[in-house]
Design a protein around this ligand. Structure first.
Ligand SMILES: [Zn+2]
Length: 416
């Protein structure tokens, strides 16, 4: 057998073992050694985070410290119900944040710099961190009292009314986030590159999205990572593109990314997301309520408070709410992955540029240090998006239009 023939045979067996890729031929890159380190240490850190999120409220409870904090707040407020809650929330937030600070600092500042993902100065990081804590405190001062009022007025149906209130808050938060919250951290404006903006707006008008819904945000002062997202609802609903994405991707790749985001917008994924969150809120509140009652019955002496409607019960509610939310995370992720997959389909169908889609995913993988083929446990607990390897495989193989086939979302596309 001649050596040339042997090489030919080898190539033939090599290529015949690859999946059929007739829409594009983008190869999924091997995860770099650095990306694998980021992935593995990220998994360990995730477990530490989950444990820490239980340990902190547990410490408040088993030491009876929350009871003492509750008594102190009542003394300082001269037993005025509303002010007791406010004082407790302020003291609790300060202590809670001090306990959480080292982990947050390592995770979102040190580690991100170690891997070359962050571009933040320490002062900017610290400023944003502080703003985040303040926003959380203001939100808790505005709303936590409602849950405690409900606990007092309706001890049996508390979980039900609280779920309704939480769902209403979810909508309010979604509405105000792009106009009141996000601008505290970054600058949002129209796109700077006018040529690209023209292309994106013409794609948007094909998707039936009107002008003024596309924003650019200056994330390059925070990170090297790439992203785009849909946020808000009703009059505040919009698509936001990170400036890093504009900088690092080619115009065709950006158009695919925007096509994906337009899919979220047109297919009302924010509504679907809030609908599933609402169902989970009911379940989590109910389970929290049942176990809180049982635990109170047994351990209230140790905890240092008599009734669930006392603000000192907050760490108990946080602990249980966090625990049940974690149990529902895989379900939430599963739903999110379905939505993301549909947005990919929408993006592919509206741009019909599979090569650009695959290359955008490769850029995302390299730039964000992603593992394209994570293990099943990672996918189950942590993946809100299909793994990038799967998304590249899909963009290599999904192009029904090339054979005049049916488009899943064709009915949404308008002819320009
Ligand atoms: Zn998406």
């Amino acid at each position: 057998m001649s050596s040339i023939y042997r090489i030919e045979l080898m190539l033939e067996t090599l290529f015949s073992s690859l999946p059929i890729a007739d829409c594009a031929t983008v190869v999924v890159p091997e995860a770099t050694e650095q990306a694998m380190r980021y992935y593995k240490s990220g998994n360990v850190l995730w477990i530490v985070d989950q444990l820490w999120a239980f340990i902190v409220p547990l410490l408040f409870l088993v030491t009876g410290f929350t009871g003492k904090l509750g008594d102190l707040s009542a003394r300082w407020s001269r037993k005025k119900w509303f002010f007791t809650i406010c004082i407790y929330l302020i003291l609790f937030t300060v202590i809670y944040q001090i306990l959480n600070f080292p982990l947050s600092y390592y995770e979102s500042y040190i580690r991100q710099h170690e891997y070359g993902l962050s571009t933040q100065t320490f002062s900017r990081w610290f400023g944003n961190y502080g703003k985040g804590v303040l926003v959380g405190l203001v939100a808790s001062l505005l709303f936590v009292w409602i849950f405690y009022l409900l606990l007092k007025k309706s001890p049996r149906r508390w979980w039900f009314y609280s779920s309704l209130v939480s769902i209403a808050l979810l909508f309010v938060m979604q509405f105000i986030q792009p106009i009141w919250i996000d601008p505290l951290f970054n600058r949002f404006g129209p796109m700077k590159n006018k040529e690209l903006e023209g292309q994106i707006l013409s794609l948007a008008s094909r998707a039936g999205i009107d002008q003024g819904r596309v924003y650019e945000v200056d994330k390059s002062q925070d990170t090297n990572m790439l992203n785009a997202y849909v946020v808000g609802f009703g009059t505040t609903n919009r698509i936001v593109l990170w400036d890093t994405t504009i900088e690092k991707l080619t115009p065709d790749e950006i158009l695919f990314v925007m096509g994906h985001e337009m899919g979220h917008y047109v297919l009302h994924h924010i509504w679907w997301g809030m609908f599933t969150s609402s169902l989970m809120i009911f379940a989590v509140f109910y389970l929290t309520f049942r176990s809180a009652k049982a635990l109170m019955h047994r351990y209230h002496r140790k905890f240092g408070f008599e009734h669930l409607y006392q603000i000192a019960s907050l760490p108990l509610l946080i602990l249980l709410f966090g625990f049940y939310s974690l149990l529902f995370t895989p379900l939430d992720n599963y739903f999110s992955r379905q939505i993301e997959h549909n947005a990919d389909t929408f993006g592919l169908e509206i741009t019909q540029n599979n090569q650009a889609a695959g290359e955008a995913f490769v850029a995302l993988q390299m730039q964000n240090l992603a593992n394209p083929r994570p293990g099943p446990i990672f996918k189950f607990w942590r993946s809100t998006h299909p793994p990038l390897g799967e998304r590249i495989d899909y963009s290599n193989t999904y192009c029904p239009w090339s054979e005049g086939g049916h488009l899943k979302y064709g009915k949404f596309f308008k002819s320009n």
